[in-house]
Design a protein around this ligand. Sequence first.
Ligand code: ADP
Ligand code: MG
Length: 623
Amino acid sequence: MPEIKQLPPGVINKIAAGEVIERPASVVKELMENSVDAGSTRVDVGVRQGGVEAIRITDDGCGIAADQLPLAVASHATSKIRSADDLFAVSTLGFRGEALASIAEISEFSLRSRPHDAESGAEFEVIGGQIQPVAPCGCPPGTTIEVRNLFYNTPVRRKFLRTTQTEMGHVSEAFQRIALAHPNVHFQLRHNDRTLQELAPVDRWKDRIAALFGAEIAENLIWVEGDDAHVKIYGYVADPQVSRANNRMQYLFLNGRHIRDRALQHALSEAYRGLLMTGRHAVCFLHLQISPETVDVNVHPTKMEVRFQDSGRVYSRLLGMLRNRFLTTDLTARSEPPTSKPPATTYEQQLAQAQGRRDELSDWSRQQFNRAVDPAHRAPASWRQDEFPLSFERGQIDPAALQGSPPQPTDVDLTAGGVAGDAGTTAAGPSTSAASHAIQLHNRYLVTETPEGMIVIDQHALHERILYEQIREKVLAGSLESQRLLTPEPVALTAAEAAAVLDAREMLAKLAIDVEPFGGDTVLVRSYPAILANVRPAELLRQAVELLVDGGQGPQKRDLLDDLLNMVSCKAAIKAGDHLAPEEIDALLERREVCQDAHHCPHGRPTALVFTRDELDKRFKRI
Ligand code: ADP
Ligand code: MG
C-alpha cells in the first residue's frame, strides 16, 4: 500500500514554479508586477544573457519592513488579499503569494528593501531554497530584487531555455506589456550593458505607445470608447493601413492586467473583416474595465487568461463598438497619409448618427434598395439570349429578380432619408446631385465631385464590396436566394477534390450551392446562388474547390466561408471594362453610402481614392 505523505515546502515551491516560471521573462513579469503593485513611480529592469545569468529589478515603491522580509518569499504569503472573498475583487496585479517563493526556490535570490519611513534598509539571500539571516544595509527607499542563475537546480527547465536572443525577446515582450499598461511610471530596460528602453512617464497613453512602437503606429490610431453597466472599453485600434502578419500587436488589458483572450481576438478580426488583406491582423491597444466580481482572474497560474461571467456580452460589446466606430470613421485610402486633424464632430455625435442611419434603413427599404444594384438585373447578353442553357423551375425564386425587371424601389428615397448627411466622415460619399455628374474613365474608374474635393472610385472594387456585404448578411441569416437547376450538372473532380466538396457540403449549402455525390469522383451541382446567374455552375464549383482544397479545415472554417463569400461577390460584381449605364453608375454610387465599409473591397484593397480640394490647390501651387 503506498504511503501518503505531506510534501516538503521546497518541493511545493518547485511545483508552483513549474507553473508560474516558465522562462526568464516570467520572472521579469512577476517582479515588475510586484513593483507596480507597490506604487512605484520608477522601475529599472536589468538583465544579463537574456535573463538566464541575472535579472535585477529596482523600484521606488512602498518597500517591505525588515521584519516582514522572510514572509515575502514564504509560499502563499501576500499583502494583497486577506480572505477568499477578496479573490473576487482583486485590484492588484498579484494576489497568489507564490511568485517570490517560487523564484527563490529555483535561483540564487537576493532582496533588499527599505520602506519610505524607515531609517535604513535590510537585505537577505535565499540559497538552495534556504533563507539566510536578514541583515541591515544602506539603500534608498524601495526594493531591489536580484535573481541569478535561474533554473540552476531544475536542469530540465534549464534545458528548455532557448538562445539568449529568443529569451531576451520574451523579456522585452513582458516588459512592454507592463510598461504599456502603466504610462505614468518611468520604466527602463537594460540588457547586458545596453539600454534598450528608457520610458519617461507620460500623461497621454498614445505617447507611451509611440515610445514603444514608433510614430507610424501612433499616428494611425483611432480612439474608441464605450461603456454599459457592466463593461467599459476604451483605447486605440489602428487604421487598417497598419496591420501585422500575426496578432501579437493586439494588446488587451483587463482591469490593468495584460490578457490574451480568444473570444476578444475573434471579435477584433470580425470587426476588421474586409478591411484587412487576408492573413493580416489588426493592431490594437485596448483597456477593458469590468467590475472585478464578474471576472475570474484565478483560472490561470500566470493570470494570462481569465474567465468572464458573461463573455458573450463582452464579445458583442467590443465588436459592436468597433463596427460603429468604423462606420463613422473615414478609412478611405488617401493620396497622402492622414493628418491628425480632429474629426468635425465628437465621437458621441458620430455614434448617434450611425445609430440613426441604421434605424432609418429598415430591413424592407434596405432590401428594396439592394435589389436596385443586384447583379442579377444585369444578366449578361449571353445569358439573356439563352446561349447558355439554364432552365429554371418556376416558383423557386422571384423570377422578376432574374429577368431584369425587378420591383423597383417605389419611393424609398434613401438619400433624403438621412444617408447623405454623413458629416462625421470627411469623405462622405458623393451626394445624389454629384452622382449624376460622375464620369467614367476607361470603363473602369468613376470620378465624381464631393463637397470636399473629388473622389476616384474603382467600379469593380466598390461593387464587389457592396455585394460582399449584401451576400454576407444573407448567408448569415440563411436567406441567400438559390437557383435550382432543372437538370443537375455533373462535375468530374479528383478524388481529393470530391472528398473536400462533400466534406464542405453544409458550408456550400449556406452559399446556396447544393451538391451531392454522383458516384466515382463526380459530384452533382443541384443549385447555385441566384445572384450568379451569369456564371456556369461547374465553373463556380471548380473555383470553390480550389479554395476548399488549399483553404484547409478545422479552425479556419470561418475564414473559408469568408473566402467563398469573397469569391462569390467577386464573380457577381461588374468588372473593370464593363460599360455602365448612367443609372447604373448612380445606383452604384448611392449604394456606396449605405455600405458598412465603402472604403475597401473584401480583399482589403481601397475602393476609392480621395483628393481634397486643399490638396489639389496645393499640388497646382495655388496655395
Ligand atoms: P503576490 O504578488 O501575489 O502577493 P509575491 O510572491 O509576488 O506574491 O509577493 C509577495 C509579497 O511580497 C507581496 O504581497 C508584497 O507584499 C511583497 N512584495 C513583493 N515585491 C515587492 C516590491 N517590489 N515592493 C514592495 N513589496 C513587495
Ligand atoms: Mg506578485
